[in-house]
Design a protein. Structure first.
Length: 353
């Protein structure tokens, strides 16, 4: 199974075992290829792409004459040759795939023989390949992706990304980057970074995953993400994964293989400055103050409602940081707080009547 780790699209298209599975899947072959996906999650997009091409071949090949297939093949080969800006080595890699996907152009010729599908061939050959980008400078570098998302790449960091798959968007990160992902539920966005996978539909978050670092960190600014160890291999929510919401972060310790959820160092307000100025309380039950904190920071506050039901506060939530506010509340009601699993927990005797 190990050889599938580095399989390219053309490798899958020429693998008899893979083709038999796509054409005639059964329980045993399904288990085998699911295991391949689980072991090498970065290959899922390539597997799906190859499977789609094989299915197209299987469906239409009997209806296309050999002469038409050869004509389509020549169209693709001519198109590759005319692209002078493509380096020789890259052209060489296209040749096996061109021979395979010629059948798709043949389909177009079969149903519309009056037009030679040069543009169709060009579109197939130019599906978004893997792109690499590095930041060797001293300031952040912004990368705009074809789906409208952006990656702000920190210095001494690099990414590889593939935007061409119909059902997913994939990024491989070494170092640190801030992601602003355009929402698309039909094409989830995956970031693979040093043993940790982050899956999102559309949000803002930062990933820190330097190769020589002890930890991998994911911090969420807006929306939500799902994080889990890449060793799990599955691109869906696993029981041992974590869902992060704004102002939460996950820390994955590579040495111990531990994944922990906590709060970011400096939680930011999720409301506007004008809205923040309205959070002023006079002789107000502490429950209302805690509700205000949850609205401002998106962080749940857990406390004994019965013990604290008589606590009333006079304060504003517009100035200090979250942790300064929590310290102030603790002094007012003689309680202390802890942060556990990305939530705030207040512990104390409460207030007498």
């Amino acid at each position: 199974m190990e050889h599938y780790e580095h399989f390219t699209l053309q490798d899958f298209l020429h693998d008899d075992h893979f083709i038999r599975w796509v054409k005639n899947p059964d329980a045993e072959s399904n288990r085998h290829w699911e295991a391949v996906r689980n072991t090498f999650p970065h290959q899922s997009a390539v597997i799906d792409h190859a499977a789609g091409l094989v299915q197209g071949f299987a469906k239409f090949y009997p209806e296309v004459p050999d002469a038409t297939i050869e004509m389509a093949r020549q169209v693709i080969m001519d198109q590759v040759s005319s692209e002078k800006h493509i380096p020789f080595k890259r052209k060489y890699l296209y040749l096996p795939v061109a021979a395979s996907i010629a059948i798709l152009v043949g389909i177009a010729l079969w149903y519309n023989p009056t037009e030679v599908p040069v543009h169709f061939a060009k579109a197939i050959l130019k599906t978004d390949p893997e792109v690499r980008s590095a930041n060797d400078g001293t300031t952040p570098k912004t990368i705009r992706l074809s789906d409208g998302s952006t990656i702000t790449l920190s210095p001494k960091s690099n990414v590889r990304y593939e935007m061409g798959a119909a059902d997913r968007r994939v990024v491989y990160l070494e170092g640190e980057a801030f992601f602003h992902v355009g929402r698309n539920p039909d094409r989830p966005f995956f970031v693979f970074a040093n043993g940790l996978t982050t899956k999102v539909l559309g949000t803002k978050f930062k990933v820190s995953a330097y190769p020589d670092g002890a930890d991998v960190k994911v911090e969420v600014t807006s929306g939500s993400v799902r994080v889990y160890r890449s060793e799990n291999g599955k691109e869906r929510a696993e029981p041992d994964g974590l869902t992060l919401t704004p102002n939460q972060r996950a820390v994955y310790t590579k040495k111990d293989l531990q994944l922990v959820r906590t709060l970011v160092a400096m939680p930011k307000s999720l409301v506007t400055r004008e809205q923040l100025a309205t959070y002023i309380y006079t002789d107000t039950p502490i429950s209302k103050v805690f509700e205000g904190l949850e609205e401002i920071y998106g962080i749940k506050v857990i406390y004994d409602k019965e013990a604290f039901k008589n606590c009333r506060l006079n304060m504003s939530l517009s100035d200090e940081s979250l942790f300064e506010k929590l310290e102030l509340i603790g002094k007012m009601v003689e309680a202390r707080y802890n942060v556990l699993d990305g939530e705030v927990i207040f512990i104390g005797e409460g207030c007498s009547e």
